[in-house]
Design a protein around this ligand. Structure first.
Ligand SMILES: [Zn+2]
Length: 676
C-alpha cells in the first residue's frame, strides 16, 4: 500500500488515513518531509526577483506540507496510542528535527530574503497588510532568537546544544512514563480501598489483571496529588500512594536527576550564547509577560499569599484528623482527604456522589457542545463513516449556523494503557486561507471508560478538563487566518491557555442542563450546584500551582555556579528554591516536584510553566466581561470569536485582546478569584 502521508489526503477534511497508516509510513513521511522542505526553501532563498509577499511570505508558507502533515498525524497518534516503534521514531527524530529547524533558522540566504522584504516594506515599495506585517515580524524575530547573528563557531555550538536538548527531553519523558507505570501501588486487601468509587475500583482491578497480579493496582497520575488519596479512608494506603508519587524519578531505575540537570545546564548555555542572562529570560522574552522580572514579580506576590492561606487551613485539617485518629499529626497524604471530608461535611457535597450526575455523553452534548452552539452558533454531528487515529476515537463534523461545513473535531475520551497521562488538544489540519484548508482538531482525555452497562461517569475535575480542552479545540476550529503558521493556537505559551480557561466557565453556567442522574434523569441537587459554583476555585490548587511555577523559574534563573554539581544536590536545590519563594510548606508540596516535572524538563513549558497563571489574568478579566455583558449569548460569543479566537496568531495577542476587551486586562479579577 502506498504511503498516504506523502500526498494530501483525499479523505473528507483532509483527515489522515489512519486506518491504513503503518509506523514505517510515519517515519518515511517525516524523513521525506524534512528533505522536501529544505529543497522548497532553497527555491525561496535563491529567487532573484525583488522580495514580495508572494515570493517570500506566501512561498514560504507553501513549503513543508508533507512534513506538517506527517508530524501532525504522528504526534496525535503517538501521544494517544504509542508502541515501541513509535517511541523509537520519536527518539530518533527529536535531534533530527532540531537539526532541521537549525538548518532553516541559520540560513543567511533565507534571512536575507526576509530582511529584503522588510526593507522594501519600510521604503513603501511593497504593501503589507496587518497579517503580512505580523507574519514577517514573527519570522524575523524567530531568526534573531534562533542565532542568525552568531559567528560560525557559536552557531556550530548552538546546533550541538539544540540536538542534545531534544534528545535529553525525550529521555526525560521516557523515564517519567516508565517511572510512573512502575510506581503503581499494589493492594491485595480490598478493605484498604474503602472510599474508592466502584468504577475506580473496577479500573484498579483491570490494571492489576493487565499487569498479571492479584488484587488491585492504583496507577499514578502525573501530578503530586494522587486523586485516590483524597478518598481512601485507609491512612497507610494513602501514604503509600502519595509516597509512590513524590519519589518518582528520585533514584532507582528511572532516576531523572542527571538528565534534568543536563537539561538545565544545556538550556542555560544556549541562552547565554544567544545573549540572555539565563534560559528563563530567553523564554519570557517570547511571551506576553516580556521579562523574567514581570514573571517573578507576580509569583513573588501571589505565591507567599496563597501559602499563608494554606497555613491557616492546616489548623482545620489537624482538628479534623484528631477526631478520626487521636494524637495523629497531619501529613501530606492526609491533606486532600481531609479537605474533601471537611468540605463534604460543611457543604454537604461529596465528590463521589457527584459522579452519577456527570455522565460523559450528557456533559459533552448538553454542556460542551451546547455552550459552543449558544456562543458561536456551531453544531457537532458524529460521522460514523470516518475514523480517528484509533477505533475508539470519534469524528464530528462541525457546521456553522447556516449549515455550511466548518471543519472536524476528533474526540478520544477514555483512558488507555498506550496513552500519555493528562489531557490535551492537538491540531491535525491547521485552518488557513492560503491553501484553502479547514480546521481539524483532536481532543484527547483520560476518563474512565464505560464498564459493562454502566456509562462513563466523570468527576467534577474531569468535567472542567473536558471544557478546558474543548476551549483549545475552539481556538483551532474558529481560526480564520491567512497563513498556516499563524493558525489557531499558534500564539505564545503564556496566552494559549487563556481561551481554554475561559471555556471552563460554561461548565458552571450550564450545569443545570447537563448534570442529571444517569439512571433517573433527576437534576443534581440544587445545594450541590450552589456549592460547586461558589467553591469553583480553591486556594489549594493555586498554592500548589504557584510553588511549581516558582520552582520552574528557580531552575532556569539560577546562575551556572549555583546549580547542583551532582544528583544528590537536586532535592536541596528544590527545598532552597521553595523557601526563597516563600512557598515551603511540607503539607502542600508543588503540583510537580523537580524529578517528575514534565512541563519543565520534558518539552514546551521549560521556564514557561508560569504561562498558566499569565493566561489566567486574561481569563479572569474576560469572565468578568462576559458576566457584565449578559453571559452566554450569541452576541457576546460572536465578539469573542471575531476579535479574539478567530485571529489565532495572525496579530499580536495583546493587541487582539485590547480589540476584544477595549482595554488591557485588570489583574484584580484574578486576585479576587484566588482569594488574596
Ligand atoms: Zn490547556
Amino acid at each position: 500500500m502506498a504511503n498516504s502521508l506523502l500526498s494530501p489526503s483525499t479523505l473528507p477534511f483532509e483527515l489522515p488515513d489512519f486506518a491504513h497508516l503503518s509506523d514505517a509510513d510515519f517515519r518515511e513521511a517525516i524523513e521525506r518531509g524534512m528533505s522536501e522542505q529544505l529543497e522548497e526553501l532553497d527555491a525561496v532563498a535563491t529567487d532573484t526577483e525583488p522580495a514580495t509577499v508572494e515570493n517570500v511570505l506566501e512561498a514560504w508558507e507553501r513549503t513543508g506540507r508533507t512534513l506538517t502533515r506527517a508530524l501532525h498525524a504522528f504526534w496525535v497518534a503517538k501521544a494517544a496510542d504509542t508502541n515501541d516503534e513509535r517511541d523509537a521514531i520519536e527518539a530518533d527524530m527529536a535531534p533530527r528535527l532540531a537539526a532541521h529547524a537549525d538548518a532553516i533558522l541559520l540560513d543567511t540566504r533565507l534571512y536575507g530574503r526576509l530582511t529584503e522584504l522588510d526593507v522594501r516594506r519600510k521604503a513603501g515599495e511593497v504593501e503589507l497588510d496587518e497579517q503580512d506585517t505580523f507574519c514577517l515580524s514573527e519570522r524575523l524575530r524567530e531568526y534573531e532568537r534562533g542565532g542568525i547573528h552568531l559567528d560560525d563557531e557559536a552557531q556550530t555550538r548552538l546546533r550541538e546544544l539544540n540536538e542534545t536538548l531534544a534528545t535529553l527531553s525525550t529521555t526525560f519523558e521516557k523515564l517519567l512514563v516508565a517511572g510512573r507505570n512502575a510506581g503503581a501501588v499494589h493492594v491485595t486487601d480490598e478493605s484498604h480501598l474503602d472510599g474508592l468509587s466502584d468504577s475506580d475500583k473496577a479500573g484498579a482491578a483491570q490494571a492489576a489483571r493487565t499487569a498479571g497480579v492479584e488484587g488491585w493496582l492504583i496507577e499514578l497520575t502525573n501530578t503530586t496529588q494522587q486523586p485516590p488519596a483524597s478518598v481512601l479512608h485507609h491512612r497507610p494506603t494513602r501514604q503509600r500512594v502519595h509516597e509512590a508519587g513524590v519519589t518518582r524519578g528520585l533514584g532507582g531505575e528511572h532516576d531523572t536527576r542527571s538528565t534534568l540537570l543536563d537539561i538545565v545546564r544545556v538550556s542555560g548555555e544556549r541562552a547565554r550564547l544567544l545573549g540572555f542572562a539565563h534560559h528563563a529570560a530567553y523564554a519570557a522574552e517570547d511571551g506576553c509577560a516580556g521579562s523574567t522580572e514581570a514573571v517573578s514579580e507576580i509569583l513573588g506576590r501571589l505565591g507567599p499569599a496563597t501559602y499563608d492561606l494554606m497555613r491557616t487551613q492546616a489548623e482545620a485539617w489537624q482538628r479534623r484528623l484528631e477526631q478520626i485518629e487521636p494524637g495523629a499529626t497531619v501529613e501530606p497524604w492526609d491533606v486532600t482527604y481531609l479537605s474533601e471530608l471537611i468540605s463534604a461535611e460543611e457543604k454537604s457535597l461529596d465528590g463521589a456522589a457527584l459522579r452519577p450526575y456527570l455522565e460523559f455523553d450528557r456533559v459533552l452534548v448538553d454542556g460542551v457542545f451546547a455552550a459552543a452552539e449558544g456562543l458561536y452558533g456551531i453544531t457537532f454531528h458524529r460521522r460514523l463513516d470516518l475514523v480517528g487515529y484509533t477505533a475508539e476515537s470519534r469524528v464530528y463534523e462541525v457546521r456553522e449556523a447556516d449549515g455550511s461545513v466548518l471543519g472536524a473535531a476528533v474526540l478520544d475520551p477514555y483512558t488507555r494503557s498506550t496513552k500519555q497521562g493528562g489531557a490535551w488538544m492537538t491540531a491535525i489540519v491547521d485552518q488557513n486561507e492560503l491553501l484553502g484548508q479547514g480546521p481539524v482538531v483532536s481532543n484527547t482525555c483520560n476518563f474512565n471508560p464505560p464498564v459493562g452497562d454502566s456509562p462513563s461517569l466523570l468527576s467534577w475535575d474531569n468535567v472542567i478538563t473536558l471544557f478546558h480542552e474543548f476551549g483549545h479545540d475552539l481556538h483551532g476550529l474558529l481560526s480564520k487566518v491567512r497563513y498556516p503558521s499563524r493558525s489557531g493556537t499558534a500564539v505564545s505559551r503564556d496566552f494559549v491557555e487563556f481561551p481554554s480557561q475561559v471555556n471552563e466557565i460554561w461548565a458552571y453556567e450550564l450545569i443545570d442542563r447537563y448534570a442529571r442522574h444517569h439512571e433517573t434523569g433527576e437534576p443534581m441537587p440544587a445545594a450541590w450546584v450552589e456549592t460547586l459554583r461558589s467553591g469553583s476555585r480553591e486556594a489549594f490548587k493555586y498554592a500548589e500551582l504557584l510553588s511549581a511555577m516558582i520552582l520552574d523559574q528557580a531552575w532556569y534563573q539560577a546562575p551556572e555556579d549555583q546549580l547542583p554539581t551532582d544528583v544528590d544536590g537536586v532535592e536541596a536545590f528544590e527545598a532552597a528554591a521553595l523557601e526563597r519563594g516563600g512557598v515551603d510548606f511540607a503539607l502542600v508540596p508543588p503540583r510537580y516536584r523537580t524529578t517528575y516535572f514534565a512541563h519543565a524538563f520534558g518539552g514546551g513549558y521549560s521556564a514557561r510553566y508560569y504561562s498558566y497563571l499569565w493566561s489566567e489574568i486574561f481569563d479572569a478579566d474576560t469572565v468578568a466581561w462576559f458576566h457584565d455583558h449578559g453571559g452566554l449569548t450569541r452576541e457576546n460569543g460572536q465578539r469573542f470569536r471575531e476579535r479574539l479566537l478567530g485571529r489565532g496568531g495572525s496579530i499580536e495577542s495583546t493587541q487582539a485582546y485590547r480589540e476584544f476587551r477595549g482595554s488591557d486586562p485588570d489583574l484584580s479579577h484574578l486576585l479576587r478569584r484566588i482569594g488574596v
